[in-house]
Design a protein around this ligand. Structure first.
Ligand code: GLN
Length: 288
């Protein structure tokens, strides 16, 4: 006979306690996050937390949960704790070496797809600063005959992008390699995409603590005016875009006018500007 669960060790009781603790720590969506952490620690579906609150949790699960809840309460993003984040309805592995994919960046995916009349075309894509690979892999998941090259200056980010390509079954169409923007790169691409670092260096400290204390500075800092990466990309991309080739970049709030000027100075034509779900101008499409 199994020992009946003491009430404090049931899923329901632990869920309630964790929600209260996260709320007290100032977490904005404590119940949602409690479910995410509990489902991760116990390796169960979130629906089980609601459906079977009287089930007992193993002591090791409770210990693991205490450890990860403590990390979350210090501000560590939940995606770094669970090692994953959803983007474009796909699940991506993340690490402290990569920026966490954000819903804002889906704007670029929608903008690029909106430019492509034939999703079955055999297009060549290039992603600069690929990180988790989320932009490139999301696009390849929608474009069955496209191939892609993802570059990142950080070899550890390249490893994560490679793992994501494997998990998503896209390795036959993807190459991930280390690269410093397009330096030393050969060949042309129909579409060049990038979510480059664009935060003004002196403003990083004022970002939310989960961003400035945990996310990689290399993926955030755009130099003294936030625009350094756009200058490199604009100067280098013409050598790699055929006529009508498309350049798509994510940008920070209020940066569109400056980026337009950089693009114009490099003889790139701005095609369209796209807003994210919060109506922030988030993505610029340009062509040669
Ligand atoms: N969107 C991120 C943020 O504001 C920054 C990402 C980037 O620099 N590319 O936190």
């Amino acid at each position: 006979m199994t020992t009946p669960a003491t009430p404090t060790e049931t899923i329901g009781a632990i869920y309630q306690q964790l929600s209260d603790e996260l709320a007290a720590a100032g977490i904005e969506e404590p119940r949602l996050e409690a479910r995410m952490l509990l489902s991760f620690a116990a390796d169960i579906e979130q629906s089980r937390i609601i459906g079977y609150p009287e089930d007992q949790l193993a002591p090791e699960t409770i210990a693991k949960l205490a450890e990860i809840a403590a990390r979350r309460k210090t501000g560590e993003p939940i995606a770094y704790i669970t090692g994953q984040k959803e983007f474009w309805s796909l699940n991506f592995k993340v690490s402290r070496e990569t920026l966490i994919p954000r819903p804002d960046s889906e704007t670029l995916i929608e903008a690029v797809l909106g430019e492509l009349p034939d999703k079955n075309a055999s297009l060549k894509l290039l992603d600069l600063g690929t990180g988790t690979g989320c932009l490139l892999l999301a696009l390849l998941s929608e474009l069955p005959n496209a191939t892609g090259l993802g570059l990142d200056i950080n070899p550890e980010a390249c490893d994560i992008a490679q793992v994501n390509a494997e998990i998503l079954g896209l390795t036959s169409r993807v190459t991930i390699q280390q690269g410093d923007w397009m330096t030393g790169l050969d060949g042309e691409f129909n579409i060049i995409i990038s979510n480059p670092p664009y935060i003004i260096e002196s403003e990083i400290a004022a970002l939310e603590p989960d961003v400035n204390q945990f996310e990689p500075r290399l993926a955030l800092s755009g130099g003294i005016d936030g625009l350094a990466a756009y200058r490199s990309i604009a100067a280098q991309c013409k050598a790699h875009l055929p006529p009508h080739g498309l350049l798509a970049v994510e940008c920070g709030m209020g940066q569109v006018a400056d980026i337009k000027e950089i693009f114009l100075n490099n003889n790139l034509m701005v095609k369209s500007i796209h807003q994210d779900i919060a109506n922030v101008e988030r993505c610029i499409l340009a062509t040669v």
